[in-house]
Design a protein around this ligand. Structure first.
Ligand SMILES: Nc1ncnc2c1ncn2[C@@H]1O[C@H](COP(=O)(O)OP(=O)(O)O)[C@@H](O)[C@H]1O
Ligand SMILES: [Mg+2]
Length: 354
């Protein structure tokens, strides 16, 4: 036989366990009234912890389906699971499990266990959308490649001029697929956060000059003027050099692509409010106000056709954003449509130890 002290200790333990749970738990007796409600449930549904017991389940949730399931479980002992956003607070998606509570002697009622699955639901939607986007992006060049290969097999191979032209098109689409896969791998590697940053001291002037040098051909072709502007007295910063190079290369690539010939592009570095600000600005097409906040989303392009035509993957700025984030920094864009735009990355200024 258990003595009173044992029972008190057991009850305390049970209460402690229920209080520490992140799931909301409501125990409901055979009359549909609560006899135990844990803290998480009170927080989730805005209940006063002292008055939460003895309440009718329908008065708490005002949800017909949930009331029906509680009744059904009380009658049959069946377990139910369902999701609904139709309880207070609105805009929250809850998953409810309704299960019978049976002691060795009798049926005590049912337990309602509530999970807030709003963020899981959002993540799931983002994932589904991402998979759909990737599939679409892969499918378009592949369909094209397949079409041209078939035309070649059907006879175009006999006409060398046509064949050569088709092969160039196939090559272009293959390159696009290649770029897409590299960008996807890059993004998932950076985003996973599993690769440790290799923080290095970066001497800004040679770093920027080298970066601009790699775009020499494209800059010359479009007759752009590119200036490197580093604040006086600012000599270096700390970052993962490979990632920083990738981020700035994406920004510079965009500036060159989306600026009509003979534009002015500036790559600059400055220290402001204890942060290092790196910016790439151009005198190009600019970005409409409505798109400005969205260009960092994966596959978001202001002009889809133009981006594709230029071999873009729509992932460049998403990569830039994640590179800034893993460094504890930020990125933002400003633009005057028709006049150009400026992309700025900020980095915390790390105290030098070397
Ligand atoms: N410097 C810029 N000037 C005008 N538009 C830009 C610029 N940089 C980016 N954009 C817009 O943002 C979109 C997303 O850029 P990004 O992620 O690099 O993808 P991509 O260049 O492959 O299309 C581009 O398609 C373009 O519409
Ligand atoms: Mg780009």
């Amino acid at each position: 036989m258990k003595n009173t002290a044992d029972i008190v200790q057991e009850t305390d333990r049970l209460t402690a366990v229920l209080s520490s749970m992140t799931e909301g738990v409501l125990a409901v007796d055979r009359d549909g009234k609560t006899f135990l409600v844990n803290r998480a449930a009170c927080d989730m549904f805005g209940l006063d912890e002292r008055k939460a017991a003895g309440r009718d389940i329908h008065d708490i949730f005002h949800n017909e389906e949930l009331s029906r399931m509680v009744e059904e479980t009380l009658a049959s002992g069946n377990v139910h699971t369902f999701e609904t956003a139709d309880v207070q607070p609105k805009e929250t998606l809850f998953r409810f499990h309704v299960t019978p509570i049976k002691s060795s002697a009798s049926d005590l009622g049912v337990a309602i266990i509530a999970h807030d699955v709003t963020s899981i639901d959002k993540l799931e939607k983002v994932r589904v959308e991402f998979v759909a986007n990737v599939s679409h992006e892969l499918k378009t060049p592949l369909a094209s490649i397949k079409g041209f290969v078939e035309t070649l097999k059907d006879g175009a191979l006999e006409e060398p001029e046509t064949a050569r032209r088709f092969l160039s098109i196939i090559e272009r689409h293959t390159n696009r697929l290649n770029n897409l896969i590299s960008d996807l791998l890059s993004l998932s590697k950076i985003e996973s956060g599993q690769i440790p940053l290799e923080m290095k001291k970066i001497r800004l002037l040679p770093f920027m000059n080298k970066l601009v040098g790699t775009f020499e051909d494209n800059i010359r072709k479009k007759e752009h003027t590119v200036a490197v502007d580093i604040q006086e007295g600012l000599t270096h910063m700390y970052a993962d050099d490979a990632l920083l190079d990738q981020a700035l290369a994406n920004l510079l690539d965009n500036a060159i692509k989306y600026t009509p010939s003979r534009g002015k592009i500036t790559v600059s570095a400055a220290e402001e409010d204890g942060q290092i600000r790196l910016a790439v600005s151009d005198t190009g097409l600019g970005i409409p106000e409505a798109d400005l906040g969205r260009v960092f989303e994966r596959f978001y392009r202001v002009d889809k056709a133009r981006s594709r035509e230029m071999g873009g993957t729509g992932l460049g700025l998403a990569i830039v954003k994640h590179i800034a984030l893993v460094h504890g920094g930020t990125v933002f864009a400003k633009s005057k449509p028709g006049k150009g735009c400026t992309f700025t990355m900020t980095f915390p200024k790390r105290k030098s130890t070397s």
